[in-house]
Structure formats: structure tokens, C-alpha cells
Ligand binder design. Structure first.
Ligand code: ASP
Length: 362
């Protein structure tokens, strides 16, 4: 009942009156939402330009003035540092432009969560920043992209979408980037929350958030565009039963400054790996333990003695998200204990503990 009342209080009913003040910049990167069917059975991601997708939904003008930029035209399996940096520049420009009130990014769903989490860390507060994709190509007879894009614009136009970092809108659901994962290869509602619940939902034209933003309105990022380059310096290594120790010995020789272990269970790895990881840490490498299990937390010092190994537990972050956060933190030269604190923060900080940082942004 309380949840329902709170949701009702946060309902934003959008209409033609709101449209006059809103100006949404759409940044397109490709994906199935811009996919075009092939004569055979498949389709090509990112084949259609964003103006074609916008022209297919004339109702969009009822929500806001719309402008757009084609940042890339790729399947998100090809997402890379150069496109991320171009997207950073485009988001930064739109954030600083006083006329633009919100930003929507169209993106392939394969790595949408990775990008949304990256930009959540880079732009943790301020104007709404919404990521949206689709599971069916734009020319499919029941394409989901047009409604998803319209929903993303409706959320972006909502005053309640500010100061929440990057959000994902898909299949009438709103998710926090930090708390989302892709859990189905085909389903339209493929994004689900890892821990906790959805941030909100769309009911026809109504945008409903289930709780107020937990971030302050002036929360600053610790990171900038130069930190994106460091993503190449962190590898993810999956472990599995009967993995030969020669395999990870050879693989570790190729790993750069940071290693995320996509472990089993609570971020566990075969005990025969321990000696090699100790050597890697002693040589200046940083180890973060994450898990292939999609939900729950990887906690410190359970079956692995993190204090002794000098490793960091990923807590609620999946291996790909842990990779992105560790990479952005590399330039800060933090010792493992401080890194561990940064992993526990919604908005990582250089000097303060998480609690102090959250209070300072209120
Ligand atoms: N491979 C596509 C992509 O990530 C899949 C999708 O968009 O759903 O670009």
C-alpha cells in the first residue's frame, strides 16, 4: 500500500504541455533497434539511421523537441573504446547545453548494460540519461523498438528521471544501469534487476518511479574521458571445473594491470590458481573477484582470504561491470583497501568513505 502511494506520488503524467519545455537529444549507436532484415533469415544490426527510426514514431513530438546525432552504426558486440569516447563527447556536450533537458542513447542490447554502467560512472547525476534498445529489428512485423524508443523519450521527459545516473528503458520497465543484467537471448523483457527491483515502469503514457533518487543533484564523477582508455588494461578470466593450471598460467602472462575473475559461486576459483594470482598481485597486478552467478553479492574473506591475497571483492557487480569500474579506477593508484571502498559506493570517491560521500552530495 505504502509502495503504491509512493508510486502514485511520483507519477508523472506527460502531455502536450510538457513538450514545450523539453528538448531531448537522441544519440544513436546502432543495434537491433536499428536493425534491417536480410533476405535470408537473419538481420544486420545498426543498418538504419536514427532519423528513419524517429520518423516512424510521429507521436514523439508530443513529448519533447527532438534532435539527434548518429554517433555510430554498429552491433554492440563491436562496441569499443573509440566509440565510447565519441559517445562521451556527445553526452558531455548535451549535458552542458542549457537548451537540452535530457539525453537518450540507442544501443544494441548485447553490451547495453556495459555502456550504461560506464556512463553511469562518468555522469552519475544531473539531466536524465536513458539507454534503450530492442530485441527485434526495426522492420520486424512486431518490432519492439518504436515503443521502446517512445518510452525512453517519455522517461527522459519526466522530471523524476534526473539525478539517477544512467537508466535503461525496455519492455515498459525502467532499470538502474548499476543494477541491470541481460538475462535472455530472445525475450523482449530481457533486462532484469540483479539485486532489488526495477526502478520504475511505464503504464501507457505514465512514467512511474518506485522510489526517489538516492543520489544528490550535484554528485560529481571521479572519472573523465581519459580513464576510458584504461578499459583495455583489464581482462576478465572465467574459471570452470577441470581448468588446467597451464591455461591460466599462460593467460595470466598476457593480462595487463587488472584482472577480474569471473568466478564460480561467491567469486571462487580453483585453489591451484592461488599461487599464480599471488605472483600476479606481488608484481603489481590488481585482482577483483566477481561471479558468473547473476544475482547476489561476492563478499570479502569467505572461502578466499582477500586480506592475504590483496584482492578486491566485486560485491554486487558482475564481471563486465567490475572490469569497467576497476579500469576507471586504475589512474587513481589506490591501494586494495581503498579500491574495495570504491566498489561499495554508488558514486566512487577518491578520499571519502562511501557514507561520507553520499552525505556530501545531498
Ligand atoms: N547484436 C545486437 C547488438 O547488440 C543485439 C541487439 O541489439 O539486441 O547490437
Amino acid at each position: 500500500m505504502i509502495k503504491l502511494l509512493l508510486a502514485m506520488a511520483l507519477v508523472s503524467i506527460l502531455g502536450a504541455n510538457a513538450a514545450a519545455q523539453e528538448h531531448i537529444q537522441i544519440l544513436a549507436t546502432g543495434g537491433t533497434i536499428a536493425g534491417k532484415s536480410l533476405p535470408s533469415s537473419g538481420y544486420t544490426s545498426g543498418a538504419l539511421p536514427i532519423d528513419t527510426l524517429i520518423a516512424a514514431i510521429p507521436e514523439i513530438e508530443g513529448y519533447a523537441k527532438i534532435s539527434w546525432q548518429q554517433v555510430a552504426s554498429i552491433g554492440s558486440q563491436d562496441m569499443n573504446i573509440s566509440v565510447w569516447k565519441n559517445l562521451y563527447r556527445a553526452i558531455d556536450k548535451a549535458k552542458k547545453d542549457e537548451k537540452i533537458t535530457a539525453i537518450v542513447v540507442t544501443h544494441g542490447t548485447d553490451t547495453l548494460v556495459d555502456s550504461a554502467f560506464l556512463f553511469d560512472l562518468l555522469f552519475p547525476s544531473g539531466k536524465p540519461l536513458i539507454f534503450v534498445g530492442a530485441m527485434r529489428p526495426a522492420d520486424h512485423r512486431s518490432a519492439d523498438g518504436p515503443q521502446n524508443l517512445l518510452d525512453a523519450v517519455a522517461v527522459a521527459a519526466s522530471a523524476e528521471a534526473s539525478h539517477r545516473g544512467a537508466l535503461i528503458v525496455m519492455d515498459s520497465n525502467i532499470l538502474e544501469a548499476r543494477n541491470a543484467f541481460k538475462q535472455h537471448t530472445e525475450s523482449l523483457g530481457t533486462f532484469k534487476p540483479t539485486n532489488g527491483g526495477f526502478a520504475g515502469e511505464l503504464v501507457k503514457n505514465e512514467v512511474v518511479f518506485f522510489h526517489p533518487p538516492v543520489r544528490g543533484n550535484d554528485a560529481e564523477s571521479l572519472f573523465g574521458i581519459a580513464d576510458i582508455d584504461r578499459i583495455a588494461d583489464v581482462s576478465v578470466m572465467a574459471v570452470y571445473p577441470a581448468l588446467s593450471s597451464q591455461h591460466y598460467k599462460d593467460a595470466l602472462a598476457l593480462v595487463g594491470k587488472g584482472l577480474v575473475i569471473a568466478g564460480v559461486g561467491n567469486g571462487n576459483f580453483p585453489s591451484s590458481m592461488h599461487g599464480y594470482l599471488t605472483q600476479y598481485v606481488d608484481a603489481g597486478g590488481i585482482v577483483v573477484r566477481a561471479s558468473q552467478v547473476p544475482m547476489g553479492h561476492v563478499s570479502r574473506n569467505i572461502e578466499v582470504d582477500d586480506d592475504r591475497l590483496g584482492s578486491v571483492a566485486s560485491l554486487g557487480l558482475s564481471p563486465p561491470k567490475a572490469r569497467i569500474l576497476l579500469a576507471l579506477l586504475l589512474n587513481k593508484n589506490m591501494p586494495p583497501r581503498q579500491l574495495q571502498n570504491a566498489f561499495s559506493c554508488q558514486i566512487p570517491t577518491a578520499t571519502k568513505t562511501c557514507g561520507e560521500a553520499q552525505r556530501a552530495t545531498k
